[in-house]
Design a protein around this ligand. Structure first.
Ligand SMILES: [Fe+2]
Ligand SMILES: [Fe+2]
Length: 334
């Protein structure tokens, strides 16, 4: 109970800096890009040429590519799950704004959500226009994923949640960037630009969340370290961990999607390890003093973890046969 009070105290202290984080890491609505900036304008005749261009360029992209793009889009579209999860963290107060009780953490979550919402929106419109995927099957998957929720092992603890979001924002930065590179290599400029610009948002979000953790480390180093090690021991699960296709049980599509992403090199075990190294470095856990005994042990474990995981990763083989999904028909474009 005492520990919880310290967490709340820390959250209330850091809360005073959150408006500054919003100003630094998020972009005001009037200045930031919108999905329609990247898509054909269907209010003009030229817009239809843009659609034709999307459909022509889309013919060059392979089966696994579409699977990964669909699953990435669906992951983004499950944003209601993430917003409600973060709003539920200890220290976030969204009620009674008029009485001054709603706090800047709630504002952060809302504004972060507002930015994130543009990602699924952009990719959804692109996929719809591409004509290469079965939108109804994809829509069912999205609805299932929102219905199924997720369980990322953080509970309501802000420390654990911010480790998770730091990790995940960088993971999505990497995967969107790689999808963009693959699209570019196939001459698909419009899609490459969309993926790159989305990846840029993810990078800003990553920088913000890792800063939240760094600030918490300054106030409560041992507890922050224990939260970090706990998340890494559990392993950071993907937000789409429960993804399924219509007619399937919960989570049944996840492994095949993850294998497709690994085959394409969009997101691999080595990326996971790299993120861990980057977080260890940024938080400078090697230099951290004033840790209690348990936190010292946790730090040592975290420092050794990247090498340990690299040894294990080299022994894991990814299945090479593409799996057929309802989202993407095999017979290509109509
Ligand atoms: Fe996103
Ligand atoms: Fe994100």
């Amino acid at each position: 109970m005492a520990l919880d009070n310290i967490r709340l105290e820390v959250m209330n202290t850091v809360e005073k800096s959150v408006q500054g984080f919003i100003d630094k890491y998020l972009i005001p609505v009037e200045e930031i890009w919108q999905p329609t900036d990247l898509l054909p304008n269907l209010q003009t005749e030229e817009g239809f040429e843009g659609v034709h261009q999307i459909r022509e360029e889309a013919k060059e992209l392979g089966y696994d590519f579409w699977v990964v793009l669909v699953a990435d889009m669906v992951t983004e579209e499950a944003l209601p799950t993430y917003e409600s999860w973060l709003m539920d963290m200890e220290g976030v107060e969204q009620h009674d704004a008029s009485q001054g009780k709603s706090n800047s953490w709630a504002k952060w979550v809302r504004h972060w959500t507002g930015e994130e919402n543009r990602h699924g929106d952009t990719l959804n419109k692109y996929l719809y226009l591409s004509g290469r995927v079965d939108m109804k099957e994809i829509e069912k998957t999205t609805q299932h994923l929102i219905n199924d929720g997720f369980d990322i092992g953080t509970g309501r603890d802000p420390y654990r949640n911010f480790v998770y979001t730091s990790f995940q924002e960088l993971a999505t930065n990497i995967s969107h960037k790689r999808v963009g590179q693959l699209a570019k290599r196939k001459g698909n400029k419009m899609l490459a630009k969309m993926c790159n610009i989305i990846a840029g948002d993810e990078m800003r979000h990553y920088m913000a969340y890792r800063e939240f953790v760094k600030t918490i480390f300054e106030h409560d180093p041992s507890e922050m370290m224990l939260a970090y090690v706990d998340m890494m021991k559990k392993k950071i699960v993907m937000p789409a961990q429960f993804i399924r296709e219509s007619g399937q049980g919960i989570a049944e599509a996840f492994e095949n999607f993850s294998n497709a992403a690994q085959r394409l090199g969009v997101y691999t075990t080595m990326d996971y390890i790299d993120i861990l190294k980057k977080l260890n470095d940024y938080w400078e856990i090697d230099k951290m003093r004033d840790l209690n005994d348990d936190a010292e042990k946790a730090r040592d474990y975290l420092m050794a973890l990247p090498d340990r995981m690299t040894r294990i990763a080299s022994r894991i083989a990814v299945p090479q046969d593409p799996h057929t999904f309802k989202w993407v028909s095999n017979n290509g474009m109509l």
